[in-house]
Design a protein. Structure first.
Length: 583
């Protein structure tokens, strides 16, 4: 079973209201489809620091909401009919009282048609009115309930005051890198692509109303990586679902990220013998050399785009090869890894490559130790790239024998990836409907992210700012924080930090306190460095100096406002188009 989409424009002349028409074959059934695929809120940036302990205390003190008592029992939710929830017909599979973080929650498990599994936790005695929906990572495929991300020290999280919900993006997977589920059912691609989080929001709000006799006072979405993509997608497609959105390291440029960047970093490190060129043992010396060339007085790299480092300076002397130097082949591999995917003309197929400062995090993601005999199959970048390209990227899947050696890294291959990109990408810079609805969004990204180049997020936000009418106008509803030295989703860094952006978002939405500088405390503070303070980024301000590949590329892509695919599933047919009148 495969998904076959062929353009009918120019063959049969089929058009509907100016929208490009295509045919989609799903399981042998043919359906003609249409697959072509404001005024800002008030407020401005303030100089006050948000996210510090004093701010959290002041925010907690300013709230006077009492706990909201359920109007029915947890057991009664087992009989709740959710099949009539418009756009998200669902069934409850189980209910149980569970204890988490010392508090009792009514845990509801269920599924939304066709098979989006979810878990919702409703506080039994401590709810104060807010709802936080949590995003997933990779290709998802499982449910892992837990506290919200980037919320270390958040008073409402510590007080168990939030309704929490998460899902598996509509499918089961052996791991977050497993894409086999998408190979034979296009409807699962649609669910994972953009409908899952909207549907979960509808279902959860129905459960909240049934349990407490009222809906949430404020709704928030918190996700990183794929969850960051989900976050942007919600702001772009469903601007009324959430009052506040926290988008971390967003994989918004999904198709090019997985089909070009992740494939490129593996290929760049593959020798003629099929083995890795650069082993993990070389990374400490490489990272030390980068820090020596680029770190500031506090010992970390503030902005890798301003870095002036040349891998060739580490070239081993003739006839030697130690872990403190790079062979000529390794110099070339490292240069290509920093460069990012490009065609033979030097045009970038993704906005940027691995950032300076991320080197230690390459281990396990794109390189492994010399003793690893299974590389690249166990590398994170490889797993995502091969699963996406084999099972998700195209209307007709490539043969089972497909390998990354077949990726051509040219403009034709890029255009082919873009054909279904509208199912997954969250790249529209038009957040005007979200702003008009009063929504607030905070985007954050680590400058040393090894999994998703941070330059792509800066470029996207630059498009948002320009579409909004300039940096000042964009600050009425959005912020971007680029955090020095941090790896993917703040999972570590040099130095590693913690952070609480959820409180910043809540205080902005509920108290009107616009976020200014944010403090990120070090996991292991030193006598001279306790925290890293980050200001909201103006992406229109160019970086100063440096010759980094991250600041010198010409990306062939764009951030269009009308590239999203909207699909309607009816029986075994799926109709998709690029209509922009959905909001």
């Amino acid at each position: 079973m495969y998904l076959n989409i062929r353009s009918l424009v120019g063959r049969r002349g089929v058009r509907t209201r100016g929208r490009r028409m295509l045919a989609m074959v799903v399981g042998g059934a043919l359906a003609v489809t249409g697959l072509t695929l404001g005024a800002p809120a008030q407020g401005s940036a303030q100089a006050a620091t948000v996210g510090s302990g004093s701010t959290r205390a002041a925010y907690a003190a300013s709230r006077s909401e009492a706990s909201i008592t359920p109007v029915t029992s947890c057991e009664a939710l087992a009989g709740k009919d959710l099949t009539r929830v418009e756009g998200a017909p669902a069934r409850v599979l189980s209910v149980a009282t569970v204890t988490s973080n010392g508090a009792a929650f009514c845990e509801v498990k269920g599924y939304i048609a066709p098979q989006l599994q979810f878990t919702v936790r409703l506080p039994e005695t401590t709810w104060t009115g807010a709802y936080v929906q949590q995003g997933c990572g990779g290709f998802c495929g499982s449910i892992v309930p837990g506290p919200p991300l980037t919320a270390t020290g958040c008073a409402r999280v510590a007080g168990n005051e939030l309704v929490l919900a998460t899902d598996n993006e509509g499918h089961l997977g052996a791991s977050e890198a497993d894409g086999l589920w998408a190979s034979a059912d296009p409807s699962l691609r649609v669910t994972m692509g953009y409908t899952s989080e909207h549907q979960l929001a509808l279902t959860t709000k129905a459960l909240v109303s049934a349990y407490y006799g009222r809906g949430p006072s404020h709704s928030y979405f918190d996700g990183c990586s794929d969850g960051g993509r989900e976050a942007l997608d919600l702001a772009q497609r469903y601007p009324h679902d959430f009052d506040g959105i926290l988008a971390g390291a967003p994989a918004g440029n999904w198709a090019a990220l997985l089909g070009e960047f992740e494939a490129w970093v593996i290929r760049a490190n593959t020798g003629a013998d099929g083995r890795q060129v650069l082993p993990a043992e070389k990374l400490p010396a490489l990272h030390a050399a980068v820090l020596k060339a680029c770190a500031g007085p506090d010992g970390y790299i503030t902005d890798p785009r301003s870095c002036d480092f040349h891998p060739a300076d580490m070239r081993c002397s003739q006839g030697t090869d130690t872990d403190s130097c790079l062979t000529s082949a390794q110099v070339t591999a490292v240069e290509r890894i920093y460069q990012g995917p490009a065609d033979q003309q030097g045009d970038a197929l993704y906005p940027g490559g691995e950032p300076y400062g991320s080197e230690l995090a390459w281990s396990g993601w794109l390189v492994d130790s010399r003793s690893d005999t299974t590389w690249p199959a166990d590398a994170g970048a490889y797993q995502l790239a091969i699963n996406y390209l084999k099972y998700m990227a195209y209307d007709k899947n490539p043969p089972a024998s497909f390998t990354l050696d077949q990726v051509r890294f040219d403009k034709a291959g890029y255009r082919k990836l873009m054909r279904l990109a509208g199912l997954y990408d969250a790249t529209s810079p038009d957040l005007s409907a979200f702003a008009r609805a009063g929504g607030k969004i905070i985007i954050y990204h680590g400058w040393a992210d090894q999994a998703i180049p941070p330059t792509g997020t800066v470029d996207y936000y630059k498009a948002v700012v320009r579409h909004a009418g300039g940096f000042g106008a964009s600050q009425a509803f959005s912020r971007l924080y680029m955090i020095p030295g941090q790896y993917h989703c703040l999972s570590g860094g040099d130095p590693a930090v913690t952070g609480d952006l959820l409180t910043s978002l809540m205080s902005w939405v509920e108290q009107g306190q616009s976020p200014g500088d944010v403090s990120f405390p070090l996991v292991k503070p030193t006598d001279t460095l306790k925290q890293i303070d980050v200001s909201p980024m103006n992406p229109l301000t160019p970086p100063s100096g440096g010759t980094a590949p991250a600041s010198d590329y010409h990306w062939i892509g764009t951030f269009p406002t009308a590239a999203q695919l909207w699909c309607t599933i009816g029986g075994m047919s799926i109709a998709c188009d690029r209509r922009t009148d959905r909001q």
